[in-house]
Write a protein of this length. Structure first.
Length: 194
């Protein structure tokens, strides 16, 4: 029964990926910061403050999806909701609460966000079913850490290739100082950085 359920999930997930190609086109493509920011629907820094699971109808079947509620602390691109003076956004991605709790997703490199963690996120435009993902999957998910030198950001690809072909003062493969990364993102959104 478990094998049959996993096979069904993998089949439906594959169908979803084919149907929502623009959202998931970055699966095998290395993207630099400019490409991710330019292609994203929303780019922001925030903390996951809640999550819920739901079922999404796709291609005659159902898939589990997790909706993350994220408090938006710093916005670069996109529209965000506001309630009682707090900006937030909901991001609905393929997966289940079980995947979140285990820290493992059946699709390699698919992002899983943790409640209470601060992230810099680059969210792809949603597909027709309302599902989305981060740009370049793990490439578009940066965990924000705080240290003696201030805040830094590292994506799930360890910032590999993040600045490829760009003329910025940060290096690939190392945690990026958040203030410099934020400044570069603002330049990209404003059209100044190529």
């Amino acid at each position: 029964m478990e094998l049959m359920r996993r096979t069904l999930f993998a089949t439906l997930a594959s169908a979803l990926l084919l149907c929502a190609q623009p959202v998931f086109a970055a699966i095998a493509v290395q993207m630099n910061l400019h490409q991710m920011v330019s292609g994203a629907d929303r780019v922001f820094t925030g903390t996951v403050i809640g999550m819920s699971e739901r079922r999404v109808q796709i291609g005659g079947g159902e898939l589990p999806a997790v909706t993350y509620r994220i408090r938006v602390d710093d916005s670069f691109k996109g529209r965000f909701e506001e309630s009682k003076g707090v900006r937030f956004t909901d991001v609905t991605m393929l997966g289940s609460i079980k995947h979140v709790k285990s820290g493992r997703h059946p699709i390699a490199d698919f992002p899983i966000l943790q409640e209470g963690t601060e992230y810099l996120l680059m969210i792809a435009p949603p597909g027709s079913a309302g599902l989305t993902a981060t740009m370049g999957l793990g490439q578009g998910v940066f965990v924000i850490t705080r240290g003696a030198d201030g805040k830094a950001a590292m994506n799930q690809a360890n910032n590999a290739g993040l600045f490829a072909g760009m003329s910025v003062g940060m290096q690939d493969g190392a945690a990026a100082p958040y203030s410099e990364l934020a400044s570069t993102i603002r330049s990209i959104v404003g059209g100044a950085e190529q």
